[in-house]
Design a protein. Structure first.
Length: 877
């Protein structure tokens, strides 16, 4: 009996000491956390973020820190973090610990064998057990993980013995919600971790693969142990709400103790929550509730931190070959995706800035040459583009696909400007920059807000290729442009782009002599647009049998290689007047080419005894069906009227020299002439010819316009030759010329000499295929010795190197009989083929510099082919 009493006294005293230790530990934890009463304690965070601690780098403590901000800016290629949500930087500050930074791979490999006994998770679990149950953390190393948790939390499960001491539905809901979140977080991350582990095991045959596997297995065991600890803790706390009777929680705690080993009765008795200590448990309800809530929060943050660190380490341990395969998967088109633009493009990016003198100079050359006639809308700046979006954004956050589209359009403009200024090498580099920027755009569907600029870039780049005599790529890029225009109904500026296509197509129509058989076959590489299902969508259809909607014009089968038939922009009364005027001139040029081809076919038929009457083009058919509206003279008159309307209503200071030059040339070409006047030309016709030549001399950049402007000026100079020959013949007839005739002859001669010199210089810069007439010099010896050879012409047009276009040949052969004209036309075609290379060598064009330019062009052609191959695949699908 005495021994039993002494044993009972000893047990009670030991339990009281244990209970006091538990209370001190709990209060100490509350004091350190800075909490008071039952409120949630504030948690002290580390001075360094998780990423800086893991990398052992210095952290400035900002939110986000400098290292995380620099990483985000470099990853997304930004220059400022203004307006970016803080959560996107992934800069996380975890609760402060009494240990140093997370060890690296070497430390993890060393601790892999001690993951269960001496891992950081077990040490943290021991600390938590000491705070919650008064158990020394170092004394738990001999137990299993589940047993330790049962020993530490056995008494916590008995808190339900007082019938809902934590009472309140709000606390119950909070604990259940945290339990669900922790369960989902733990299981989800565990599955992801095992998936990454499997990927690493696939690389285990490579050097270092087994070490990485050991590190990952150790981390997985830590995560699983933490997950089990948290779930067990939640189960212990949840037992308070599962039973309505006072001893339900104690039973749950006892069952956990049975799995963990001996020692739980002492802890339960020390807590005063069992049958012996109900009143003590009732008095400490608030402190225990606060401690339990605190431990749950700490465990949740601890587990999230460990899982984040494990994921980062697994990503860092990923094999380089896997990262390379991911980069190759992103690079679908072989362009600069994900790597930024190449250095050849980056060095020219300053030219795109508004305040760059070199870029502004090249842009001025473009405006005074190509855009003088096309008058396309200006390309928006980055700020203007961002402000036009449905949701305006910061220009620094502009997506790289949209930025590449704008850069491509700007590069295409200044490339044409450099070509007009005879900076051929720079023009080729800028053209290649256009191609590389367009390759950036094809990775994703073009945003509707920048689709017009992409279409403009394709057209301008195609015009650049045509100026280099690369007609195959011109027709391909032209069709890609139409593909984009088919999606741009009711967009401002579309009519201007269509009119520009129509006018430049008139030049292609002319140099190919309106023969579709002479066109390259591009249908296999760039498929034609599907034909529209319903073309009856415009009021003009009843008159011209076509629609004026841009998408219908682009998808019209007749317009797939060049625009022909009725002028689609001109017949649209809602289109801008300047665009309608340009389209009317294009239709008049096509009609004149058809008439010239018919005359040459007739002369060839008469000479050979046969005649082909089946060459009726869509343009000829439209003109014959609407003679009053679409005949050439009426179209030129309508174009001039529309130009006057535009100039009267516009506040621009642009004088439209390009439009006036083309209208004056067409007016002179279509006028019948007067046999009674000198040379057979009327006064108005002579005035128009002089106006054309003087405008070209005053503004030589107009020869670089798109379309047949250069050919028109050359033919105007040929007509001046006929005029000079007629006036010279009248002077040699014996009649003394008057003062007005002498002054007119000198004026025409001076103009001819000036324009001939200008045309000769421009002709030498062009590829042989694109050259118009080589105009002969005047024979000034006839002025001195004219009596010796009275029938000799002042300018022998028989020495002319005629253009390959039949429409241009007719101006040279206008004084010949049909048979002679047909013979000379055939001879000119053969002579042009045989003399083209001789003419090129005779003027010293082929030299070392030109060879370098040719090699550079061949190198850049590879990038064009790569872009066209990608476009072909995209359009075909």
């Amino acid at each position: 009996q005495s021994r039993r009493e002494r044993f009972s006294d000893t047990s009670n005293s030991s339990m009281k000491g244990s209970s006091g230790g538990t209370t001190n530990a709990t209060s100490s934890g509350s004091t350190n956390s800075g909490s008071g009463g039952g409120s949630s304690p504030a948690i002290a965070l580390c001075a360094s973020c998780d990423r800086c601690r893991a990398r052992k780098t210095k952290c400035d403590g900002n939110r986000p820190c400098g290292n995380c901000a620099a990483k985000y800016l470099k990853k997304h290629k930004l220059t400022s973090i203004e307006g970016i949500d803080l959560s996107l930087f992934e800069c996380v500050y975890s609760p402060a610990k009494r240990r140093g930074p997370v060890p690296g791979r070497v430390g993890q490999a060393r601790k892999a064998s001690e993951a269960l006994d001496h891992s950081p998770s077990n040490e943290r679990s021991g600390d938590l057990m000491a705070q919650m149950g008064g158990v020394n953390a170092t004394g738990l190393n001999g137990m299993g993980g589940q047993g330790m948790l049962g020993a530490g939390l056995g008494g916590m499960g008995g808190m339900g013995g007082m019938g809902g001491m934590l009472g309140g539905d709000q606390v119950t809901a909070d604990l259940l919600q945290q339990q669900a979140q922790l369960a989902a977080l733990g299981m989800g991350n565990r599955d992801d971790a095992f998936g990454q582990q499997g990927g690493a095991m696939g690389q285990g045959g490579q050097p270092g693969g087994q070490g990485q596997l050991d590190d990952q297995m150790a981390l997985q065991r830590q995560m699983m142990l933490q997950h089990q600890n948290v779930m067990a803790l939640q189960a212990g706390l949840g037992g308070q709400f599962d039973q309505n009777q006072g001893w339900g929680g104690a039973a749950a705690g006892a069952s956990m103790f049975d799995q963990g080993g001996a020692g739980a009765p002492g802890i339960m008795g020390a807590q005063g929550i069992g049958p012996q200590g109900g009143s003590a448990g009732s008095s400490s309800m608030d402190s225990q509730q606060s401690a339990a809530q605190q431990q749950l929060n700490l465990l949740q943050q601890l587990q999230a931190q460990q899982q984040q660190q494990a994921a980062e380490q697994m990503i860092m341990q990923q094999q380089p070959a896997q990262r390379q395969r991911k980069a190759e998967n992103k690079d679908d088109v072989g362009g600069a995706s994900g790597k930024g633009l190449p250095q050849s493009v980056m060095k020219h990016l300053p030219l795109l800035e508004k305040n760059n003198p070199g870029g502004n100079r090249l842009r001025s050359y473009y405006s005074l040459s190509v855009d003088e006639l096309f008058c396309l809308p200006s390309i928006p700046t980055n700020e203007e583009y961002c402000s036009r979006l449905p949701t305006p954004i910061n220009p620094n956050l502009l997506p790289r696909f949209d930025l590449a589209a704008l850069q491509a359009a700007r590069f295409a403009e200044i490339a044409l400007g450099a070509l007009a200024n005879n900076q051929v090498a720079l023009a080729l580099e800028l053209s290649n920059a256009t191609v590389l920027c367009l390759r950036e755009c094809v990775e994703e569907p073009v945003h509707p807000s920048c689709m017009f600029d992409v279409a403009r870039a394709y057209l301008l780049h195609g015009i650049f290729r045509s100026f280099r005599a690369d007609m195959v790529r011109y027709f391909k890029y032209r069709r890609v442009c139409l593909t984009h225009l088919s999606q741009l109904d009711n967009i401002e500026g579309v009519e201007s782009l269509l009119a520009a296509i129509s006018f430049h197509d008139a030049w292609a129509y002319m140099i190919h002599n309106a023969s579709e058989a002479a066109l390259p076959d591009i249908d296999n590489s760039i498929p034609p647009l599907p034909a529209p299902h319903n073309s009856e969508q415009n009021g003009d259809n009843s008159r011209f049998s076509m629609s004026t909607i841009p998408s219908m014009i682009a998808s019209n089968p007749v317009n797939q290689m060049w625009i022909q038939g009725p002028p689609p922009v001109f017949i649209n009364n809602e289109a801008p007047a300047l665009s309608r005027s340009l389209d009317a001139l294009a239709c008049a040029i096509r009609s004149c080419c058809d008439q010239a081809n018919s005359r040459f076919e007739g002369m060839s038929g008469d000479a050979s005894g046969r005649c082909d009457d089946n060459c009726v083009t869509p343009t000829t058919a439209a003109v014959m069906a609407n003679q009053n509206e679409l005949c050439s003279r009426n179209m030129v008159l309508s174009a001039f009227t529309l130009l006057q309307q535009h100039e009267a209503s516009s506040s621009s200071t642009n004088k439209n020299h390009g439009h006036h030059l083309v209208i004056s040339a067409m007016d002179a070409f279509l006028e019948g002439g007067d046999e009674e006047e000198a040379g057979g030309f009327t006064d108005s016709q002579i005035q128009s010819l002089l106006s054309v030549c003087n405008t070209a001399v005053e503004h030589p950049l107009l020869l670089h316009q798109g379309g047949p402007t250069y050919h028109m000026v050359s033919n105007a100079a040929i007509l001046l030759c006929h005029l000079l020959n007629g006036m010279h013949a009248n002077r040699n007839s014996g009649d003394s010329p008057g003062e007005m005739e002498t002054a007119l002859f000198e004026e025409v001669l001076d103009t001819f000499i000036a324009v001939r010199k200008l045309l000769s210089i421009h002709r030498r810069k062009l590829p042989v295929r694109l050259r118009c007439h080589g105009i002969p010099r005047p024979n000034f010896a006839l002025e001195v010795n004219g009596a010796d050879n009275p029938g000799a012409p002042f300018i022998d047009l028989g020495e002319t190197l005629m253009c390959g276009c039949r429409g241009c040949q007719g101006f040279v052969l206008m004084a010949c009989s049909p048979c002679v004209a047909a013979e000379r036309a055939q001879a000119a075609a053969l002579k042009a083929e045989s003399a083209s290379e001789k003419d090129a060598y005779s003027i010293g064009e082929v030299n070392e510099f030109d060879k370098e330019l040719c090699d550079l062009g061949v190198e850049f052609d590879l990038d064009d082919d790569a872009l066209l191959n990608v476009l072909s695949r995209i359009i075909a699908t």
